[in-house]
Design a protein around this ligand. Structure first.
Ligand SMILES: CCCCCCCCCC/C=C\CCCCCC(=O)SCCNC(=O)CCNC(=O)[C@H](O)C(C)(C)COP(=O)(O)OP(=O)(O)OC[C@H]1O[C@@H](n2cnc3c(N)ncnc32)[C@H](O)[C@@H]1OP(=O)(O)O
Ligand SMILES: Cc1cc2nc3c(=O)[nH]c(=O)nc-3n(C[C@H](O)[C@H](O)[C@H](O)COP(=O)(O)OP(=O)(O)OC[C@H]3O[C@@H](n4cnc5c(N)ncnc54)[C@H](O)[C@@H]3O)c2cc1C
Length: 668
C-alpha cells in the first residue's frame, strides 16, 4: 500500500536542508548516526512497546519496566554497546527505571567522592551490574535543606564501624529512585559523629539488602533496615515505573571504610580529617553532574512536545472569521497559535545549544576537579543549578501549552502529551527545587557584583566587568530591523541582568542581617537569577551562530529561531527592560513588531524544523504527531484500541443504569 504523506506540502515549503539541520541538532554526524541507530533499535523491537503503558496498574507497569530494563541490558551485552550507546538506548526506551539512578547518580557519586581504593573496589562491581545502587539523600523532613539531614553515622572506634541510624520519623530516607524495590546498595547521606562531635553531612557507601548475594531468592532487607516504595505518583504510567523509596535504619553497622573518603576521612583511631584543599562542597558534586545531564536532555523533551503540536497544527483546519461554514485556516496560520507555538520551537533549539555548552563547561570542571583545581566549581554550580531550573520550568510549561495548542485531542493520552507532562513535571522538583536553585544562582550573582573592584568576574558573569557601561548606556534600537543583530540582543540581556542585580545588591546592603535581607528579597532575587540565566541561553545561541554552520539555508533558519527566542523573552519580560530604564516603550513595541515578522519568516520552515529533531514515531508515541500526518483514521482507531471499548456494556451498567431507566431506584 502506498504511504500518503499528509504533510508533504508543508515539507516542500522548507527553505533549508533538513538533513544538514539534523546534524546541527544532534551535535555532529556521529551523534546523529548513533542516536538514529539507538532510536530505531528501540522502535523496531517489540519488547519496547509502550502504548499500553497508561492502561496498566502499578504492579503490572513495574514488572513491565523491569522486563524492558532486562532486555536493554541483554542488548547492551549481546551487541557489545558502549556506555554512550547504552545511555541513548535507555533514553529512547523512554521509561524512568532504576538504571537511571544506578548509572546517573550511584556510579557518579562513587567516582566523585570515593578514594582511589574505594573506586577500584566498587566501580567494577557497579559497572557490571553485580550490584545495583541508588542515591539516598532526601529525607521525609529535609529535601532542599541538605544541611538539615537527620540520619546519623556515629563512629564506633572499638569495632571500627559506623552505626547508621534514623533517629526520627522525619529522618526516613524518602524519594530516592530505585530504592523502593530494586537496589541492592545505596550511597546514603548522613551526619557524621565522631567522639560525640558533629562533622556535617557526608556520603556513605552502604548495602541494605540481602540481595547483594545474588543467589538468594528472598529479597528481604538486612536486620535493622526498613525499606519500601513511597506510593503511587501523579499520572498513570509516567514516573510510576520508578520505585521511589523510603528507608529507615535502626543502628545498622557498616565497616569504617564504607564512608566515601575523598572529601574527608575518619582514621582507625577515630580522628576526623578534612582532605587538604578539597572543598566540602564536593559532596554535592553528583548533583552538579546530574543537573548538567538534565539540561543536556531537556531540549529533547521539549522538542518532542513541540513536534507533536506543530505537526497537528499544520494539519488541522478551523473556520476563518469571515466564514463560519468553510473550514479553511490551518491552525498553524493563526497568529495567536504561532505566538504560542513558535517561541517553544525556538526554545527547544536554544536549550539544545546551551546544553552543549554546559556539557563542555562540566567536562572542563570535571577534569580540573580530578587535578584538584576547584577554582571553577562555583561557576559550574551556579550554571548547572540555574540552567536546570530555567529549562525544566520552561519545558514543563511548554508541554502543557502544547497540549492546549492541540485542543481537545491534546488532552487524550493517545496524543502522547499528558504522559509526557506527567513524567516531566517532577524535573522541576527533583535534583533541586527550581526556586531553591534560582536562589543559589542569585547568591552567586550578588556575590560577584559585591566583589567588583577586587575580584575579576569570570565566565558567565564576565559581563559584570562592564558594569559602568551596562548601567549607563541605554538601548540604541531605532527600527525593528535593529533588533535582529546578535550583539545588540546580547547587550540588552546583559544590561537587564546587570541592572537588576545591582538594584537587588543595593537593597540587600540595607539589611543589617544579610540572611534576613536575602529571605525578604527572595522573590526579587529569583528574578535576578532568571535574568542572568536567560542571558546565558541567549548568548550561547548567538555564539553558536558565529560558528561555521554548513547546509543550504541552515544558518538563516537558526538565526530566525535565535531572534524569536530572544525577542519573545524581551516581550514577555518587557517590564524588566522598561523598569530598569534600558528600553523605551517605543523600543519594546518595535521588538514585538519584529517578533511578528519573524514568525512569518519561520512559518514555511516549521514542519522541517521539527522533522530535523529526527524523532521516530515510537519515541513520539503520539497519534496527532505522526510523521505521515495521517491523524484522523488513527485517532479513530486509537479510541477502539482502548480496552474500555471492548464492550458496549460496561461493568456496572446493569446494576446502576438500568434502575434509573426503569425507574426502579428504590431497589438499590
Ligand atoms: C523536563 C524534563 C527533563 C527531562 C530530563 C531527563 C533527565 C535524565 C537524567 C535523570 C536522572 C535521574 C533522575 C532524577 C533523579 C533525582 C535525584 C535527586 O533528586 S537527588 C537529591 C537532590 N537534592 C537536591 O538537589 C537538594 C537541593 N539542595 C541543595 O543542593 C543545597 O542544600 C543548597 C544548594 C540549597 C545549599 O544549601 P545551603 O544550606 O544554603 O548551603 P550549604 O551550606 O549547603 O552550601 C553553601 C555553599 O556551597 C555551595 N554549593 C551548594 N551546592 C553546591 C554544589 N552542588 N556544588 C558546588 N557548590 C555548591 C554554595 O554556593 C555555597 O557556596 P559559598 O561559596 O559559601 O557561597
Ligand atoms: C520523582 C522524584 C524523584 C526523586 N529522586 C530522588 C533521588 O533519587 N534521591 C534523592 O535523594 N531524592 C530524590 N528526590 C527528592 C528531591 O530531590 C526533593 O523532592 C527536592 O530536593 C525538593 O525537596 P522537598 O521535596 O523536600 O521540597 P521542599 O524543600 O520541602 O520544598 C517545598 C517548597 O518550599 C520551597 N522552599 C524550600 N526551601 C526554600 C528556601 N530555602 N527558600 C525558598 N523557598 C524554599 C520550595 O521552593 C517549594 O516550593 C526525588 C523527588 C522526586 C519528586
Amino acid at each position: 500500500m502506498e504511504l500518503v504523506d499528509h504533510l508533504r506540502d508543508e515539507r516542500n515549503k522548507a527553505q533549508f536542508d533538513v538533513e544538514a539541520m539534523k546534524v546541527v541538532w544532534a551535535g555532529s554526524p556521529q551523534e546523529l548516526q548513533l542516536c538514529d541507530r539507538m532510536a530505531n533499535l528501540v522502535a523496531n523491537h517489540p519488547a519496547f512497546e509502550k502504548l499500553k503503558r497508561p492502561m496498566l496498574v502499578r504492579k503490572e507497569l513495574f514488572k513491565n519496566s523491569l522486563r524492558k530494563a532486562a532486555y536493554a541490558r541483554k542488548l547492551v551485552i549481546d551487541l557489545g554497546l558502549s556506555e554512550e550507546e547504552a545511555k541513548w538506548l535507555r533514553f529512547y526506551i523512554d521509561e524512568p527505571t532504576y538504571p537511571d539512578l544506578h548509572w546517573g547518580m550511584f556510579i557518579p557519586a562513587i567516582e566523585g567522592q570515593g578514594s582511589e581504593e574505594q573506586k577500584e573496589k566498587w566501580l567494577p562491581l557497579s559497572r557490571n551490574m553485580q550490584i545495583i545502587g541508588c542515591y539516598a539523600q532526601t529525607e521525609m523532613g529535609h529535601g532542599s535543606n541538605v544541611q538539615g539531614l537527620e540520619t546519623t553515622a556515629t563512629f564506633d572506634a572499638q569495632q571500627d564501624h559506623f552505626i547508621i541510624h534514623s533517629p526520627t520519623l522525619t529522618s526516613t530516607k524518602w524519594w530516592p529512585g530505585g530504592l523502593g524495590k530494586v537496589s541492592t546498595h545505596a550511597v546514603v547521606y548522613a551526619r557524621l559523629i565522631v567522639n560525640g562531635e558533629f562533622h556535617g553531612v557526608h556520603g556513605w557507601y552502604n548495602y541494605y539488602s540481602f540481595s547483594f548475594f545474588l543467589y538468594l531468592e528472598d529479597h528481604s532487607p538486612l536486620p535493622g533496615i526498613t525499606v519500601g516504595d513511597v506510593g503511587l505518583k501523579f499520572g498513570n504510567g509516567a514516573y510510576n515505573t520508578m520505585d521511589n523509596g523510603l528507608l529507615r535504619f535502626h543502628h545498622v553497622r557498616i565497616p569504617r571504610n564504607q564512608m566515601l573518603m575523598r572529601v574527608s576521612q575518619v582514621s582507625r583511631e577515630g580522628k576526623y580529617m578534612q582532605c587538604d584543599d578539597v572543598p566540602r562542597q564536593l559532596i554535592y558534586g553528583t548533583m552538579v553532574s546530574v543537573r548538567q545531564t538534565i539540561v543536556a536532555m531537556v531540549s529533547r523533551t521539549l522538542s518532542r512536545a513541540v513536534c507533536i503540536a506543530t505537526r497537528y497544527s499544520a494539519l488541522r483546519r478551523q473556520h476563518s472569521s469571515s466564514s463560519l461554514v468553510v473550514p479553511c485556516f490551518l491552525m498553524i496560520d493563526y497568529q495567536s497559535q504561532q505566538s504560542r507555538l513558535f517561541p517553544l520551537l525556538a526554545s527547544a533549539y536554544a536549550f539544545k545549544f546551551v546544553g552543549e555548552w554546559l556539557k563542555w563547561l562540566y567536562t572542563d570542571v570535571k577534569q580540573r576537579l580530578e587535578a584538584n583545581d576547584f577554582s571553577t566549581l562555583p561557576e559550574a554550580h551556579a550554571s548547572t543549578a540555574g540552567l536546570k531550573s530555567l529549562t525544566t520550568s520552561a519545558t514543563v510549561d511548554g508541554i502543557e501549552e502544547c497540549m492546549k495548542l492541540c485542543g481537545g485531542d491534546g488532552y487524550l493520552v493517545s496524543s502522547g502529551l499528558p504522559e509526557l507532562f506527567a513524567v516531566s513535571v517532577p524535573a522541576c522538583t527533583y535534583e533541586g527545587d527550581n526556586t531553591v536553585l534560582m536562589l543559589q544562582v542569585a547568591r552567586f550573582v550578588v556575590k560577584t557584583v559585591s566583589e567588583v573592584g577586587y575580584k575579576e568576574p569570570l565566565g558567565t558573569s564576565s559581563y559584570i566587568r562592564r558594569l559602568n557601561t551596562l548601567l549607563h548606556n541605554n538601548c540604541l534600537v531605532q527600527t525593528g530591523e535593529d533588533w535582529v543583530k546578535g550583539d545588540r540582543i546580547v547587550e540588552a540581556f546583559e544590561a537587564r541582568a546587570a541592572r537588576m542585580a545591582v538594584t537587588c545588591t543595593q537593597h540587600l546592603a540595607k539589611f543589617q542581617d544579610p540572611e534576613q535581607g536575602f529571605s525578604e528579597l527572595s522573590a526579587d532575587l529569583v528574578e535576578v537569577a532568571v535574568a542572568h540565566c536567560q542571558l546565558i541561553v541567549v548568548s550561547k545561541f548567538v555564539e553558536k551562530l558565529a560558528q561555521d554552520i554548513p547546509g543550504k539555508g541552515v544558518k538563516e533558519a537558526l538565526e530566525v529561531l535565535c531572534y524569536v527566542y530572544a525577542l519573545f523573552l524581551v516581550h514577555k519580560h518587557q517590564g524588566d527592560f522598561l523598569v530598569t530604564g534600558y528600553l523605551t516603550p517605543k523600543q519594546a513595541s518595535l521588538a514585538n513588531r519584529q517578533l511578528r515578522i519573524l514568525y512569518s519568516r519561520l512559518r514555511p520552515n516549521a514542519i522541517a524544523l521539527v522533522d530535523a529533531f529526527n524523532h521516530t514515531d515510537h519515541y513520539l508515541s503520539s497519534v496527532v504527531g505522526r510523521y505521515d500526518g495521517n491523524v484522523y483514521p488513527n485517532l479513530y482507531q486509537a479510541a477502539f484500541n482502548d480496552p474500555f471499548n471492548d464492550s458496549h456494556v460496561p461493568d456496572g451498567y446493569h446494576q446502576y443504569i438500568h434502575p434509573i431507566l426503569n425507574q426502579t431506584l428504590a431497589k438499590l
